[in-house]
Every structure is written in structure tokens, then in C-alpha cells.
Design a protein. Sequence first.
Lengths: 250, 250
Amino acid sequence: MIAISVLGYGNLASHLVAAFEKVKSVNVIQIYNRHPIKNKPFNALFTTNLSDLLPADIYIIAIPDDAISVFSSKLKTDGLVVHTSGSVPLEALQTQSRAGVFYPLQSFTKGKALSFKNIPICIEATDKKDLELLFKLARSISDSVIKITTAQRKKLHVAAVFVNNFTNYMYTIGESLCEDNKIDFNILKPLILETALKIETVSPHQAQTGPARRKDVVTIKKHLDFLPKEYQEIYTLLTQSIQKNYDKKL
Amino acid sequence: MIAISVLGYGNLASHLVAAFEKVKSVNVIQIYNRHPIKNKPFNALFTTNLSDLLPADIYIIAIPDDAISVFSSKLKTDGLVVHTSGSVPLEALQTQSRAGVFYPLQSFTKGKALSFKNIPICIEATDKKDLELLFKLARSISDSVIKITTAQRKKLHVAAVFVNNFTNYMYTIGESLCEDNKIDFNILKPLILETALKIETVSPHQAQTGPARRKDVVTIKKHLDFLPKEYQEIYTLLTQSIQKNYDKKL
């Protein structure tokens, strides 16, 4: 049985607590949050006072990136202390005798239930036994646990920004173009899903289609002609980048 | 029973023929292609000679956009002639007495079987009876048939470029960042799928997360520091655009 405490109760933390409380091999003994929480949707004990922390095997810090380092320096424990951030180095926990990272690679929306089963969890720790402990903890909720370094995690995080945040922004632009022209955005949803599913079988590089890929300058010009200026710049830059990308590999 | 001929046998045409040949209410009587086709994976008659065309109710032109107008001018018939392009106006078929558009909004990969059931088909025709005929034809393979104008279709097509072509390019950048850093791109696939599925329930505008959305300048700077120059520009432009977008709506 692994005893854990979750420090912070934001988006990710609330999903983690819900997942761990369903698992027999993990005991969520305590949750800390700066502010009180309404209706406490968990069984664990709760505190707003760091000095009330009970002993645990692992302390999971799930707070905003820029607060991790300072928060960690206030946390006095011999347990394993991990953070959950994609972009914060392991060294941010340097005041701890045992430090690690427990980074679930997913975007969490408050209130939307999510199974961790298929969510990759990236783990890191300097000590081999701590890494094994983190592996056990991660495996208790996910089938996909990957050991990666701080350097790799940094790159993975920016890759995630492209495939998640920027992709979502492409959807937003699509939605806004539909709205401006009284077209139901739902018409685009099957295409969006197919685009995501296609790369299960074909690499994105191979899957690329469209006017930029086939250097269809007539269509590109037509599109640019009526796009709002802001989207024109994005269209132009992405089109140029796609064209360069396929020139290179010819 | 609607008798159709399919003119051209590229990616889209081969998928359309396969779908229509499974439908009882449609009879694919003939396929025309400029070049002979190996193994002819269809039951319809085949010709490489436009003057051999048999009478049909609907002629579906499925050839590259820039060839549609010239091709149509060589096609002499009293039947309904439609093209399948997202960006070519109805007027490209002006030499026809009866013209229309039959535009399935999806990206087709050669060899990858695809059901049209959930693919929106956008139809257009000047004559009301022709529009009804096109509606019947489209409904025979798809549950989602939408009447849209040439102007709307043009906008929808550019929206599709953003949500399909440019989104796929975001995946390509993600893949390339992974490869450069010896990270398995498969780790990103659950996130990619979740990003596409999320907007089934939340609008993309609401679903936006990430450093740009929360104006996390520290993370943005870290990301820019190690990105290759080409991706740096894309990262910067999209980040600025997201920030503007959320400033506006505050």
C-alpha cells in the first residue's frame, strides 16, 4: 500500500485524487490546499495548514508551475516529493532529500471525468528505488508509464503545446470562420475526428494533404483573399512552413 | 433508381464509387478516366473516351480543381453535372444546362476504407428539382446532407484547411520535436485524440488551455529558447493570436 498526500487541489489534482481513491494499492491519506474546498468530493483528510501534514510515502505537488520551487522549500519531509509539471525541472525540488516528477501527459478539464488508463504518465527520479516507487504509483492508474529525463520532458511539453493547445486554436479559427459565415461548426467535427484518428495508422508527415502540400497556389490565393488579416498571417506562415517541410524531404 | 457516371478516378472518386456501388437506389453505370485503371475495383463500365459516355441522371466530376472548368466545357449532356470541390464555384460549370455541387467534407486517403455515413455532404444547385435529386443521391450514402451556397462553401473549405491540414501540421511538428529528442511520438496520441474529442462537448474557444491562454510568459520564453527557428515563428505567431483572441473577449 502506497500512502500519498496531494498538495494543491486544482484541475489535475482533483482528477488524480478521484483516480487514486478508486485504487486498492494506494491510500490517499491527506489533501492540502491553500484555501478551504467546498463539499470536499474525496474521502481523504483535508488541511489548509502545511504544518499539519501527516507522514506519507509520496507527496504530490500539484500547483501552478511558478509556485513549485518556493512551495517545496517550505515542505519539510523525508518522504518522496514529486511535482506534476511538464516544464519544471527536477531541480526545482532541490531542497528535498528525495525528489521526483509525476507528469501525466493530458489536458484536464474541470468537471469532465477522465480515465487515466490510457494517459501516459512520465516519471523521473534520481534515486532508483524512488523511481520504482513512482512506477508502481503510476501503474496503479495508467497502462502507459514512461521514464523520461527533465530535458526530454521539456521537449515533450512543447510538443504537447503544438498538438493540443495550438491544434485547439486551429479548431477555434475554424469555428470563428463558420460563425462569421452562418455555417454550423458541427459540419467540421467528423473531419476533425478523422484527422486525429488518421495518424493512428499513418504518420502525420505522410498524412498531410491540402493546398499547401500540393502547392496549389490558385486555391491558396483564393483563401488569403477573404481571410481576416489575423488569420491571413497564420495561414501564410503555416503554408510556407509546410511547403519548406516537403521541399526538404523530396 | 438514380443512374450516375463518375468522371475521374482519383482518391475521392474511388471512395465514392465504392460507396455508391453498395447502395440499391443508385446505379453507377460508368466510370471515365483519362488513363486506363489497373484491376478496376468496381462493377461499372469503364471508358477513357469522353465521347463514349452513356446517358446518366447525374455526372459527377471528380478531378483536380483547376481542371474542372475546361473539362466541363468538353462535356455535352442534358444530365445534371456536378463537381466535388470545396473551393470551385458553381459557375465553373456554366456551359452546362443543369449544374450542381456535391462536396463531401472529409479528407480521403487512398486505400483507407471510409464510411460516408457520418461525412457531411454539402450540395448546391440552381434548379430546385436538381437540388432534390442531389439530396436523394447524397442521402443514399450519408446521414448528414447540407445545402450551402458557393460563398459559404468557400469559407467552409478554408475552415477545413485550418482544422484538417494545419492541425495535421501541428501533429507533424509534434512528431518532429519528439524524433529530435528520442521521445516516442505515440506518447502524444492519447492527448491528440482527447483534444479532438473534447470539442464534442465544449466549444474550442472554451476548451483552450496552455501557456498562451494563461499568459504564462516564463513557460513561453522557455519553449522559445530551444525551439528550432522555423517552429519558433509559428509558436510566437499562434501564441500572440491566442492572447489577442482572449483579450478581446474579456
